[in-house]
Structure formats: C-alpha cells, structure tokens
Design a protein around this ligand. Structure first.
Ligand SMILES: *[C@@H]1O[C@H](CO)[C@@H](O)[C@H](O)[C@H]1NC(C)=O
Ligand SMILES: *[C@@H]1O[C@H](CO)[C@@H](O)[C@H](O)[C@H]1NC(C)=O
Ligand SMILES: *[C@@H]1O[C@H](CO)[C@@H](O)[C@H](O)[C@H]1NC(C)=O
Ligand SMILES: *[C@@H]1O[C@H](CO)[C@@H](O)[C@H](O)[C@H]1NC(C)=O
Length: 192
C-alpha cells in the first residue's frame, strides 16, 4: 500500500523536524549556520540539479535544509525533494482549511474552495510520486510534479482579480519546489 509506505517515513520526518524546532533551538541555529556555509560548496549532484533550475540559490538552500543532502545519491535526493514538496503542499492544505473556517465572505470562500480542490490534487499527485519512488518507477515522476505545480498555478489564478491574495507565497513555494522535482525526475529518465 502506497499510504503506509508514504506516511511512515514522512511522519518520522515531520516529527523529527518538530522536535528539533521545539526542543532544541540552539541545535537548529547551529544547523542553520552550517547550512549557510555548506551551501557555498554544494555536491556535484546538487550543483548539477540546481544549475538546471531557474533559481540556483533557492534550489541549493532548499535542498540543504535536509541534513541527508550532502551525502545522498540520486535516489536519496529524489526522496528528499519529493518528500519536502509533499510536506509543503500538505502544510498549505492545512492553511486553506483554516482560512475556510474563518472566512465569511462568500466570494472569497468560493476561491478558497477552488484552492482546496487544487491542493487535494497536488497532494494526490505527490503521494503517487512517492509511491512510484518506493517501487522504483520513474517514468511519470516529472508529470506528477508538473500536475502539482499546475494545481498551485490554478489556485493562484483563481485569485487574480481578488483584492487580497492570501496564498501567493505558498503557491510560489510549491511551484518552485515542483520545478526542482521535475529536474530530479530527469536524473532517472534521461534528458538530464
Ligand atoms: C551550469 O550550466 C551551464 C550550461 O547549461 C554550464 O555552462 C555551466 O558551467 C554550469 N555551471 C555549473 C556551476 O555547473
Ligand atoms: C531566488 O531565491 C532566493 C532565495 O530563496 C530569493 O531571495 C531570490 O529572490 C530568488 N530570485 C528570483 C529571481 O526569484
Ligand atoms: C498530469 O500531467 C499529465 C502530463 O502533463 C497530464 O496528461 C495529466 O492529464 C495530468 N493529470 C491531472 C490529474 O492533471
Ligand atoms: C512551503 O514553501 C513556502 C515558500 O517557500 C514557505 O514559505 C513555507 O514555509 C513552506 N511550507 C512548508 C510547510 O514547508
């Protein structure tokens, strides 16, 4: 089952992050310092991947947020990248759910409903990608990352005439992460 494989590693990842952030702020600060230093010298793999994205700096610093990145291979980097992207999308799902509870204005509610559906699609696509990775099936990874990115774009589009666009940063975040996922996918399918 995809979901068992998926939520095992991911929930370990999220609780590790939570523990690090809540219990040990000093370690996190030290990590952050190390990260800044390390990002000036990314591994060849990270350099090659990030050099194919539109924002090299963003790509390197994002990948180095995961402590496994400096020692990982292609396959590990795919788990790191898709895992992060999945967590980013589910984080936004939670925010949308909160907004839906607190918003009264009916027009804004409609737009948020659109985004809720978009993010449901994005999360399913990323879950499918994670399942594919577990079974070493690579051919549709790039399309699935593209589907998640398209969902972020659709959500952003829904708000284009609205006064207030509460999900702009989140949508951009998912789109940027998906771009890294697409490049990483090509490590396995050629075209790299
Ligand atoms: C990035 O890619 C370009 C061509 O796509 C290449 O000329 C350049 O050397 C690469 N830079 C690094 C740091 O790998
Ligand atoms: C690239 O990413 C960095 C770090 O996230 C950000 O500060 C910068 O504005 C981005 N550049 C572009 C052109 O988006
Ligand atoms: C996902 O992307 C592929 C290729 O771009 C496309 O054919 C497919 O319709 C998309 N699926 C969904 C659910 O959007
Ligand atoms: C997702 O990405 C956005 C933009 O980079 C960032 O602000 C946000 O903190 C990320 N969320 C999660 C849950 O990782």
């Amino acid at each position: 089952m995809v979901s068992t494989r998926l939520f095992g590693p991911l929930s370990i990842l999220s609780s590790t992050l939570l523990i690090l952030t809540t219990i040990n702020p000093i370690a996190v600060a030290a990590d952050a310092t190390t990260t800044t230093t390390t990002t000036t010298k990314p591994t060849k793999l990270v350099n090659d991947v990030c050099n194919r994205t539109s924002n090299y700096t963003f790509c390197v610093s994002t990948l180095y947020m995961d402590p496994r990145t400096p020692t990982t291979d292609d396959y590990g980097l795919a788990f790191i990248t898709f895992g992060m992207t999945y967590l980013n999308a589910t984080g936004t799902q939670d925010i949308i759910a909160k907004f839906l509870k607190t918003t009264k204005e009916s027009q804004k509610l409609q737009l948020l409903e659109t985004c809720r559906r978009d993010y449901d699609k994005a999360v399913s696509a990323l879950e499918m990608a994670y399942g594919d990775l577990n079974s070493e099936t690579f051919f549709e990874l790039a399309d699935l990352a593209g589907n998640a990115s398209a969902a972020a774009k659709d959500c952003q589009n829904a708000f284009k005439d609205a006064r207030d666009r509460p999900l702009t940063a989140r949508n951009r975040g998912l789109k940027d992460l998906c771009e890294i996922c697409v490049v990483v996918s090509k490590l396995f399918t050629g075209g790299f």
